[in-house]
Design a protein around this ligand. Structure first.
Ligand code: SF4
Length: 444
């Protein structure tokens, strides 16, 4: 069994060589390599890995089994479809078919492209800084992690948990837009097909998501439906991007970083001269909802850790207060009263066990006061100012209280544990360019 830290490292591995180094270092083999080895084939770990990637392409009937359930299931399926053969013949045939398939290299989880830069150039020559919830979280935690992610543009774009969450989000978005259950399910399954195969230990599979959404719909069929607000054309206000001016910072100084590293589309390697920075709060709201007890933004949250601290987190959630702040700025006229709350639609999923509950659902309202919204605005402006002052100093200090936090080990832990002279090279080689933005999801 891989530890959480090992799985987190594994998520970031992109080449056969670094995978081999990882396996050697941890003296690890995957469960499915035991399967092949125990069949007397004598495969090395790397041969088994190559076999894994070959078989994924073998034939359409295998795709779903292999990408979502693991090699053992693929073999089981093969055995079912080859009942005329004895077990030994089946294993030989299975192995032959693996070997007959074309090789495919291990590839990145998401398409690689140029990293998005932290600034864009305004037409008047000043800079635009669009901050979203991810940037705000970075400003709020370790400054060195913010440097790696936002300034150097390196990180991990996805993990099984984020991919699973995205698939669930897609289903729920379609349903809120009026798409029928079957078509929404089809979209979710199609999205899973674009994902790389998951580790055999991983429970966040397409089957788990299908069960989750089937049970979710059954659960809420007995309860009052969400009332989603509509725009002027009658379209439901679902998945709404926003970009709202937050503040303007007068910098009037030179950042000790190349312009090409900080500004989208610029190639100048000179240090960046900065006049003003126009700061915008950006994001995407899952939906706007209202009933006779109140209204505000709705946010779907998938989690595997549902408990008192999960809900406690929302009482001061910068994301949710910021989304309510944005809702009031842009969509106030859609509501019958002033929106004062955020509805969290919780989809809790766990690894299936014989006795445990695999799925749980809840909808909770969190009400925020006017004072909290004002304080969010002041806090966010100061966090942006702190980030800009780190940029100006040319130094982002390590804040090591965040190295091991509530959601596990910091994704840059392996970078920070290296000697300083090796860190940036490793960051460049082993981490993906950060390309996502709520306003430009397909840019780069
Ligand atoms: S490992 Fe620790 S010091 Fe390094 S970026 Fe993460 S939180 Fe900061």
């Amino acid at each position: 069994m891989l530890t959480t830290a090992q799985l987190s490292q594994l998520e970031r591995i992109r080449t056969i060589e670094s995978l081999q180094a990882f396996l050697d270092y941890h003296k690890l083999e995957f469960k499915w390599t035991y399967f092949l080895a125990s069949e007397g084939k004598g495969l090395t770990v790397m041969e088994a890995i190559r076999a894994w990637y070959k078989i994924e392409l073998y034939k359409a009937d295998f795709d779903q089994w292999i990408s979502n359930r693991g090699l053992q299931k693929a073999y089981d399926f093969f055995a079912i479809t080859n009942q005329g053969l004895n077990p030994h013949e089946r294993r030989v045939r299975f192995r032959q078919q693996i070997e007959a398939t074309p090789t495919r290299p291990i590839v990145a989880d998401t398409p690689k492209g140029a990293a998005r830069r932290i600034f864009s150039r305004h037409a008047d020559g000043n800079l635009i800084l669009e901050i979203d919830n991810t940037s705000l979280s970075s400003f709020n935690s370790c400054a060195r992690a913010a440097e790696f992610r936002l300034v150097r543009g390196r990180g991990s774009n996805s993990s099984p948990a984020t991919r699973y969450g995205s698939a669930i989000h897609l289903f729920l978005e379609k349903r809120l837009c009026g798409v029928d259950h079957t078509a929404a399910m089809r979209s979710m399954i199609d999205l899973f097909k674009t994902y790389p195969p998951v580790m055999p230990d991983e429970w966040r599979t397409v089957d788990h998501a299908i069960n989750a959404m089937t049970q979710y719909e059954a659960f809420y069929s007995q309860r009052p439906p969400l009332k989603v607000l509509k725009d002027d054309q009658g379209a439901p206000l679902v998945e709404i991007p926003f970009c709202i001016p937050l503040t303007t910072v007068d910098v009037n100084a030179t950042f000790p970083w190349p312009a090409s590293m900080l500004v989208n589309g610029e190639t100048n390697a000179d240090h960046l001269k900065v006049g003003k920075v126009y700061v915008y709060w950006t994001g995407k709201i899952d939906a706007l909802v209202e009933d006779n007890t109140g209204g505000g933004p709705l946010d779907h949250k998938t989690t595997s850790m549902l408990g008192p601290s999960f809900y406690k987190d929302f009482e001061l959630s910068q994301q949710m207060i910021g989304y309510l702040w944005a809702t009031r700025k842009v969509f106030l006229d859609r509501f019958s009263g002033v929106p004062r709350r955020v509805t969290i639609d919780v989809i809790a999923g766990r690894k299936p066990t014989k006795t445990g509950v695999a799925h749980e659902f809840a909808r909770e309202h969190f009400t925020y006061s006017d004072a909290q919204l004002e304080e969010w605005e002041a806090n966010t402006k100061h966090l942006v100012a702190d980030f800009l002052s780190h940029l100006l100093r040319g130094y982002f200090p390590m804040q090591t209280n965040w190295c091991v936090a509530k959601y596990g080990v910091c994704p840059y832990h392996e970078v920070c544990t290296m000697s300083p002279s090796h860190r940036l090279g490793h960051l460049e080689r082993s981490y993906e360019p950060m390309t996502w933005s709520p306003l430009h999801p397909t840019t780069d």
